[in-house]
Write a protein that binds this ligand. Structure first.
Ligand SMILES: [Zn+2]
Length: 538
C-alpha cells in the first residue's frame, strides 16, 4: 500500500522563492513528492492517496530552532528548583521535596535555590531534619547563594571522613555535641558536589525524551543544540550518540561541541573530524556540527563586551574572553570547521569576525555568531563581506527589551537585533530561543520579530526593524537549515526535501493575504520525515 499523503485545502507557505504559495503538498516515503497549485490538485484527489484536509489551517515547513540547550534543560530536571518558593517551616519544605523527589528513584537527590529567608521561621535546614524525610537516600540541598549546601546522614556516609576533616577553604560544620550538622561551606560543598554521581544514563535519556516531546509539541522538527556547561564535552556528545543509537532521537539534531578546558586545537580537530564523518545527519537524525565558543557574557549582567561603556558605568565595557578565542578560532575555522561563537556585545562580535577573517576561511564554511545582539553598520558590512551568519533570538526583544534600554541607554538600545536591516543587506539570519533560557515556542519569537513588542511595556524596541510573518518564518526554517548545511534536505516545502512540516490552527491571513496576528496560533500536528511525531488532542 502506498503511504502517499496529500495535504490540501489550507494556507500553504513553502519558503521556496520559486513557488512561495501552494495548494497542495504530497508526501511519500518520508519525502515531499510534489508541491503545486490548484491545476494539479484535482488529479491527486482522484488518485490513491491518504487525504489530509487542512480545513483552512496553515501548513509550514517544520520549525528549526538554531540555538537551544536540550541537554541542559534535561539535566535541570534532575535538580529540584525551590528558588523563591515560600514555606512555613523546615518540615513543610522537606515534605515538598519528598513529594517531588521521593519516588524519583534517583540515587542522590539534589535541590537548589533553598533559602531560610523564605521560611516563616527563618530556621536553617540541618542534617537531622532531612534524615526524617530521607533516611535511605543521600540528599544535597544547595543554598540559593551557591556557596553552601546541607547534606543528610546518607550523604555523609558516602564521603571520606579523613578528607572531610582535612578540607581547607570552607568546612563541614558541627553541632554543640561535636557531630556534623550537615552544613558544608565553600571547599566542603565542592567536595560534596564532586562526590555526587553524575546522573545515571537511563535517567538522563528519560528526561531528554521529555524535553524532546516539549519541542515536538511546539512544531519544531530540527534543533541546533548549543551545548551544556553541566557536562564535559565528550560526555555531552555521548548522550546524543546514545539517543541516536537507541533510535530515540526524533528531532533532527545539529550539535555544537566545545573544546575541553585545555584541549589542544589539533586534538579537538581530530575528534570533530571523526564525529562529523560518523554523524552527517543523512542516514540518522544526528549531525555534528560546529565548534562552540564564548566571547563574552550577557547584557543583563553587564558582562557582554561593548565598544562603549555601559550606561551610567563609564569604567565598564564588559568582558572579552579573548584567550580561548585566540587559541581556537584561527586553527579550527582555518581547518574548515564551522565555528559558532556566543558574542552579544558589539566589541565581541567585531573581535570574532576579525578572527574569522584571519583564519582565511571562506564563506563556504558558514561561520556563525550566536546572539549578536548589539550591532552597528560597520559590523553589518563585515558580516556581509565575510558571509557570516547571525543566529539571534527575537524572543529576547520581548523578554529583555527593558534591560536593553536600562543598560545601553536609549539610542544604543535601538541597535539591538537589526533584523530587517540585516535581511535587506543580504545577511543570513537564523532564529532560536536559547531554551531553557527562554520559552521554546517559535510563535513567540516570530511575534516579537514582527512587532518588536516588549513584555510588560507599551514601548517597542525600534519598530523600524520589524519584519513580516513570511520573513520571520524563513528565519525560523530555511535560514536555520542553511546554518546547519542542511538546506538541501530541510527548511522549505520543496519536491525532494524531507517531509518535515507543521500544521497550525488559529492563524489566518487578512484579506490581502498577509498574516499579522500569530498570538492565537496553535500547533495541531508535527511531522518529521513523513511520520506524525505530535498530534494535538482535540
Ligand atoms: Zn545559549
Amino acid at each position: 500500500m502506498s503511504d502517499r499523503k496529500l495535504y490540501y485545502n489550507g494556507t500553504i507557505l513553502t519558503m521556496d522563492d520559486q513557488q512561495p504559495h501552494a495548494d497542495f503538498v504530497l508526501t511519500e516515503n518520508g519525502v515531499i513528492a510534489d508541491v503545486g497549485g490548484k491545476d494539479r490538485l484535482a488529479e491527486y484527489l482522484g488518485s490513491d492517496v491518504e487525504r489530509v484536509d487542512l480545513q483552512g489551517r496553515l501548513l509550514l515547513p517544520g520549525f528549526i530552532d538554531s540555538h537551544l540547550h536540550m541537554l541542559t534543560a534535561a539535566l535541570n530536571r534532575l535538580k529540584l528548583d525551590v528558588t523563591d518558593m515560600p514555606f512555613d517551616t523546615v518540615d513543610d519544605f522537606l515534605a515538598y521535596v519528598r513529594r517531588e523527589k521521593g519516588e524519583s528513584g534517583e540515587s542522590w537527590i539534589s535541590v537548589f535555590g533553598f533559602s531560610e529567608e523564605n521560611l516563616g521561621d527563618h530556621r536553617m535546614v540541618e542534617r537531622r531534619d532531612i534524615d526524617k524525610y530521607f533516611p535511605d537516600v543521600p540528599v544535597t540541598i544547595i543554598r540559593v547563594c551557591g556557596h553552601m549546601c546541607v547534606v543528610n546522614s546518607q550523604a555523609i556516609a558516602r564521603l571520606d571522613a579523613d578528607k572531610m576533616a582535612a578540607i581547607t577553604g570552607g568546612e563541614f560544620k558541627k553541632d554543640a555535641d561535636g557531630a556534623y550538622n550537615g552544613l558544608a561551606t565553600e571547599g566542603a560543598q565542592q567536595y560534596v558536589l564532586d562526590n555526587m554521581p553524575t546522573a545515571d544514563v537511563e535517567l538522563i535519556l528519560g528526561y531528554m525524551q521529555k524535553e524532546q516531546e516539549i519541542l515536538l509539541r511546539q512544531g519544531i522538527t530540527s534543533i541546533h543544540d548549543a551545548g551544556t556547561d553541566m557536562m564535559l564535552p565528550h560526555a555531552y556528545v555521548a548522550v546524543f550518540e546514545e539517543m541516536e543509537r537507541r533510535g530515540l532521537l526524533k528531532l533532527r539534531t545539529y550539535l555544537m561541541a566545545r573544546p575541553g578546558e585545555n584541549e589542544p586545537p589539533e586534538a579537538f580537530d581530530a575528534w570533530m573530524q571523526d564525529l562529523k564523518a560518523r554523524y552527517d545527519g543523512t542516514s540518522g537524525r544526528l549531525q555534528i556540527g560546529s565548534v562552540k565558543l564564548f566571547a563574552d557574557g550577557s547584557l543583563g549582567s553587564r558582562t557582554a563586551a561593548l565598544k562603549q561603556p555601559y550606561q551610567d558605568e563609564p569604567d565598564n565595557m564588559g568582558l572579552l574572553l579573548d584567550e580561548r578565542l585566540n587559541r581556537y578560532i584561527v586553527p579550527l575555522a582555518g581547518a574548515g570547521h564551522q565555528v559558532a561563537v556566543h558574542a552579544i556585545g558589539d566589541r565581541s562580535s567585531a573581535f570574532v569576525a576579525d578572527l574569522y577573517r584571519r583564519s582565511g576561511c571562506g564563506g563556504e564554511t558558514r561561520q556563525r555568531i550566536e546572539h549578536a545582539e548589539l550591532l552597528d553598520q560597520e559590523l553589518l558590512d563585515t558580516f556581509k563581506a565575510q558571509q557570516i551568519l547571525v543566529m539571534t533570538q527575537p524572543i529576547f526583544i520581548r523578554e529583555f527589551g527593558n534591560t536593553y534600554f536600562q543598560n545601553l541607554g536609549e539610542s544604543r538600545a535601538l541597535r539591538i537585533q537589526p533584523i530587517r536591516s540585516m535581511l535587506e543587506q543580504g545577511i543570513v539570519v537564523g532564529f532560536g530561543t536559547d531554551y531553557p533560557v527562554d520559552d521554546p515556542n517559535p510563535l513567540l519569537g516570530i511575534h516579537a520579530a514582527m512587532t518588536r513588542e516588549i513584555k510588560n511595556s507599551s514601548r517597542l524596541l525600534n519598530p523600524e526593524e520589524a519584519i513580516s510573518f513570511e520573513q520571520a518564518v524563513k528565519c525560523y526554517t530555511l535560514y536555520n537549515a542553511y546554518g546547519a548545511f542542511s538546506e538541501q534536505h530541510t527548511g522549505s516545502l520543496e519536491k525532494g526535501k524531507s517531509a518535515d512540516l507543521v500544521i497550525l490552527s488559529g492563524i489566518t491571513p487578512d484579506a490581502d493575504g498577509q498574516i499579522r496576528n500569530v498570538r492565537s496560533g496553535q500547533v495541531d500536528c508535527t511531522v518529521i520525515a513523513g511520520e506524525t511525531v505530535y498530534a494535538r488532542q482535540a
